[in-house]
Design a protein around this ligand. Structure first.
Ligand code: IMP
Ligand code: MG
Length: 179
C-alpha cells in the first residue's frame, strides 16, 4: 500500500468480484438490446475495461469527457469530448466511477437524452450519497459499492492526477490534502 493511503476501502479482489456480478446482471438485462456502453473519462477507464471484459453479450463502446469549472455563482460543466457514435434509438448504459454531487452525471444524462436514445441506464462503481446535491434527482440504476463521505482514490480515481493506477480503492491520508 502506498504511504499516502490511510486505509483500503475495497481490495482488488473485492472490486473484481463485484464487477463480475454487475456485468452478469447487465448481460442478462440487455441480452437482446444491442447496448452501447458509454464511459465518462477519465476516472471510469479502469472500471470500464474490467466491466466490459465480463459482459457476455455483444456490446459497443464510446466515451465522452466533461470538465467542471467554478463560475461566479455556481459550478458549470463543459463538454470536452463528444461521443463518436450515433446513439439515436439505441439502448445506452452510462458507466461512471463515482456518483458524488451528481452534477457530472446529470450533465451526462441530459447530453445523452438530447440525442433520443431508446433507453438510458446509469451504472456507477461507487455511490457517495452523503455528498449529493439535493437539487439532483437522478438516481443510479446499478451501484457497485456505497461509500462514506471520504475522498477516495485509486482504480481510476485521482487526487491531482495521482493514484489513478492503483488496483484498489483507498482513502487518502488527510496530510496529503493539507500539504
Ligand atoms: P460529481 O460531484 O458527482 O459531479 O463527480 C464529479 C467527478 O469528480 C466524478 O466523476 C469523479 O471523477 C470525481 N470525484 C468525485 N468524488 C471523488 C472522490 O472521492 N475521489 C476522486 N474523484 C472523485
Ligand atoms: Mg468520473
Amino acid at each position: 500500500m502506498r504511504e499516502s493511503i490511510d486505509h483500503i476501502l475495497f481490495s482488488e479482489e473485492q472490486i473484481q468480484t463485484r464487477i463480475r456480478e454487475m456485468a452478469q446482471q447487465i448481460s442478462t438485462e440487455y441480452a437482446d438490446k444491442d447496448p452501447i456502453f458509454i464511459g465518462v473519462f477519465k476516472g471510469v477507464v479502469l472500471f470500464f475495461a474490467d466491466f466490459v471484459k465480463r459482459v457476455s453479450i455483444h456490446c459497443e463502446m464510446d466515451f465522452l469527457q466533461i470538465s467542471s469549472y467554478q463560475g461566479t455563482q455556481s459550478k458549470h460543466m463543459e463538454l470536452k469530448k463528444a461521443l463518436c457514435s450515433d446513439i439515436t434509438g439505441r439502448h445506452v448504459v452510462i458507466l461512471e466511477d463515482i456518483f458524488d454531487t451528481g452534477h457530472s452525471l446529470e450533465y451526462t444524462y441530459d447530453y445523452i437524452c438530447r440525442q433520443a436514445p431508446a433507453s438510458v441506464k446509469i451504472v456507477t462503481l461507487l455511490d457517495k450519497p452523503a455528498r449529493r446535491d439535493p437539487k439532483v434527482t437522478l438516481q443510479a440504476d446499478l451501484v457497485g459499492f456505497t461509500v462514506p463521505n471520504e475522498f477516495v482514490v485509486g482504480y481510476g480515481m485521482d487526487y491531482n492526477e495521482h493514484f489513478r493506477n492503483l488496483p484498489y480503492i483507498g482513502v487518502l491520508k488527510p496530510e496529503v490534502y493539507e500539504g
